[in-house]
Structure formats: C-alpha cells, structure tokens
Design a protein around this ligand. Structure first.
Ligand code: HEC
Length: 134
C-alpha cells in the first residue's frame, strides 16, 4: 500500500514537472496567474474567460465563441476599445480600474480581476500575447 502510494506520488510529480517545463519554454512565468481562466492556443476553448490567441491588436471581445462577456465589458468594447500594447498593459495592471475608466462608471462587474503589479511581468505577458498569431 505504502509502495503504491509513493509510486503514484512520484508519477504525479513527474507529470507536473513535464507540464511545467513544456510551458516554461514559450510562456512567461507570470502567465501562470492567467491559465485558470484563459487558454492561449489557436482555436482553444474558452474557460471562465475567453481564449486569448490573436488578442494583441484585436478589438475587445475578440473571441466569438465566448458567450460570457459581462455587460460592462460589452460597453467598453462598443466604445471602440482595441488591445494595443498600452491598453493590454494597463488592463492587466488593474482590470477593474481599466474597465471603470473605459465605461466612465465607478461601479462595474467583471470576473477578470487578476492584477499583475510588476511592470516586468506585464511586459513579458504582453510580448507573449503578441506572439500568438499566425
Ligand atoms: C478569474 C478568471 C480570470 C483570470 C485569472 C484572468 N482573466 Fe482575463 N478575463 C476573464 C474574463 C471573465 C474576461 C472577460 C471580461 C469581462 O467579461 O468582464 C477576461 C478578459 C480578458 C482579456 C480581454 C479579452 C477580449 O476578448 O477582449 C484579456 C486580454 C485578458 N483577460 C487577459 C488576462 C491575463 C493576461 C491574465 C493573467 C494575468 C488574465 N486575463 C487572468 C477572466 C480571467
């Protein structure tokens, strides 16, 4: 029994290590705070948030298959929001505040609440997002 458990644990950690190595090759470390809600591969399914392939330079609400954009986010998109480098950087620095500014209201609702406080991390994420294109 003990042996079997140890074996399972070793296998589990081996799988984790492989997954981490594969991702570390092409994605920045800071992206780990995004993968719970987003996929990044072409045609990837949406999760809690939309798929982010091709997001850089695209208009907001770029994932047609994602039906769960919030009303406030829809308003921001309707006002012509485009994901320039500067907008991506400001959004992931503080998505709630960014959305407030975009719609001109203090009270907004969104599930995108992850802040990336360090400029270096944001820079690495934005560069990675820009690489997600054909
Ligand atoms: C808790 C879930 C969650 C996490 C964690 C999260 N997001 Fe989001 N994200 C969302 C949701 C939900 C939306 C849609 C926004 C809305 O409806 O308000 C979104 C939208 C976005 C958009 C705009 C997409 C579009 O189609 O216009 C970008 C860019 C984005 N997220 C990047 C990130 C990055 C980068 C991270 C990691 C630093 C991250 N998100 C972490 C849930 C999340």
């Amino acid at each position: 029994m003990f042996q079997a458990n140890r074996c399972a644990a070793a296998l589990f950690f081996a799988v984790l290590a492989t997954a981490a190595t594969a991702r570390a090759d092409d994605a920045p470390r800071a992206l780990r705070s995004c993968v719970a809600c987003h996929t990044f591969d072409k045609g990837g399914h949406s999760k809690i948030g939309p798929n982010l392939w091709g997001i850089a330079g695209a208009p907001a609400m770029h994932d047609d298959a994602y039906g769960k954009y919030g009303d406030d986010f829809r308003d921001a998109a309707a006002s012509g929001l485009v994901w320039t480098d500067a907008n991506l950087d400001a959004y992931i620095a503080d998505p709630v505040n960014f959305l407030r500014d975009a719609v001109g209201r203090r009270s907004v609702r969104t599930y995108m609440i992850t802040r990336v406080p360090r400029p270096n991390d944001r820079g690495a994420i934005v560069e990675y997002l820009k690489s997600l294109k054909d």
